[in-house]
Design a protein around this ligand. Structure first.
Ligand SMILES: [Zn+2]
Length: 437
């Protein structure tokens, strides 16, 4: 008596139940060296050791056995710009020049719906190729750029958050909206997309320097009128930017205070970077339940600085990883872990493999307040997962021969792994990507 909707996957399985920094590493995860993940109608039915689960499952059901592979929950990218896909690896600039020279001219092209559709589709396929199943993404100032993104995400059944950029000053005329049009277009997009299937909307002021007081006031109004939408913006990425914000908002005590002043902090507010913040600002992020997207490849590439993860941990602020492509240099959360490790080495705090894989999965889900539906394999959650291949490159296979402890094995996989390590990606229990042979 088989159940048509039951699917069984067998491999090494790892998922997190809590933050290793809070629960202690040993208590924070479940690991099954020969595990089984049972999926029913796109949701997790059970997870556990194969010798316990397999005897109780209908014998005629096919078991998809991934040998020498590790199944993890789908990766979560908490900050990324889909329209910047084409400007990855643009040479020589720091944040403010980079925006002017590379970003703005490219984003202009997204007024064309065909262009937006083409890049949105390519971008989402690239995420799947890297094992990422959920992202908090920024579109452009154009309403059509968000429509294109959500349409492509809906086709792929991915859980996605996106929003139109609000920007009414300090950018080229061709990319500016106004407080009123920004408000109206965001509202129309919220009504069209927010809460539809797996899609959610984020009110998205680009960052304080490109938004007038009036526009930030309108952003706050949108959050009050739609309390469960997200707020997504940049914060304290670059020292020149921080200085500029002080000049533009002399009435505020600091950068975070600008956003606080306009009512933009809260449980659904995610701030990218947060490199140049003081202890009181971390405390305010914690108090308001706001989250941070830690974007190491971007922070190194633009020379922005080294995020203080230890301080975020001590202040109990929710943190997830962001790739921040195009300023980030890789769509891979594994490569993001690699660079995160190096930034924390320079701060004198080596980042453990368990903590970093937590940040790439359940930590990201918590930051986005989505841990009730994704982020680990608790029964009932949406079955988004990635299959990582321990033998995907000769060096990885060779290096792993010397690893006996789980922590070592995971560390080597995270540091040496990239898109080549992704054997398959599943969305709601269905294969959405498989590496070609
Ligand atoms: Zn960004």
């Amino acid at each position: 008596m088989g159940d048509d909707h039951l699917k069984i996957y067998r491999a090494e399985i790892l998922h997190f139940l809590d933050d290793p920094a809070i629960a202690g590493e040993a208590e924070s995860y479940q690991y099954f060296s020969d595990g089984v993940l049972v999926v029913k109608n796109g949701r997790v039915e059970a997870v556990g050791p194969s010798h316990e689960l397999l005897p109780n499952l209908p014998a005629e059901l096919e078991v998809v056995h991934y040998r020498d592979c590790l199944i993890l929950p789908g990766f979560i990218d908490c900050h990324v710009h889909y329209p910047q896909t084409e400007i990855v690896a643009a040479y020589g600039a720091q944040l403010l020049d980079w925006l002017e020279n590379y970003t703005f001219p490219t984003e202009r092209e997204f007024s064309d719906p065909n262009k937006a559709r083409r890049v949105a589709e390519l971008f989402l396929d690239e995420l799947l190729r890297n094992g990422t199943t959920t992202a908090l993404a920024i579109a452009t100032v154009h309403e059509t750029s968000v429509d294109a993104y959500f349409t492509a995400a809906r086709t792929r059944r991915m859980r996605m958050i996106c929003g139109k950029v609000l920007m009414d000053r300090n950018a080229p005329d061709y990319l500016l909206d106004t407080p009123e049009t920004g408000y109206r277009e965001s509202k129309a997009l919220i009504e069209r997309w927010h809460g539809k299937g797996r899609l959610s909307y984020a009110v998205t002021p680009r960052f304080a320097p490109t938004c007038s007081d009036e526009q930030l006031t309108r952003a706050g109004q949108l959050l009050r009128e739609h309390p469960d939408v997200y707020l997504h913006t940049h914060l304290a990425e670059n020292l020149d930017e921080v200085k500029w914000v002080k000049e533009l908002f002399p009435m505020c005590s600091g950068y975070l205070d600008v956003y606080d002043h306009f009512g933009l902090l809260g449980r659904h507010s995610i701030f990218a970077h947060c490199i140049h913040l003081n202890a009181a600002e971390f405390a305010l992020l914690h108090k308001t339940g706001s989250g941070i997207a830690f974007c190491p490849t971007s922070n190194l590439f633009l020379g922005s600085g080294l995020f203080n993860l230890t301080r975020a941990e001590n202040k109990k602020v929710n943190v997830g990883f962001g790739t921040d492509t195009g300023a980030g240099t890789s769509f891979s959360l594994l490569q993001t872990i690699n660079e995160a490790y190096k930034t924390q080495q320079l701060r004198g705090h080596p980042l453990s493999a368990l903590k970093s894989l937590y940040l790439a999965t359940l930590g990201g889900a918590r930051t986005l307040d989505l841990d009730g539906v994704i982020g680990n394999f608790e029964p009932g959650k949406e079955a988004d997962f990635v299959v990582l291949d321990y033998r995907s490159t000769p060096i990885l296979a060779l290096r792993l021969e010397r690893c006996n402890r789980l922590a070592d094995k995971l560390f080597v996989l995270a540091i040496l792994g990239d898109d080549r390590a992704v054997k398959a990606t599943y969305v709601l229990g269905k294969e959405a990507y498989r590496r070609g042979n």
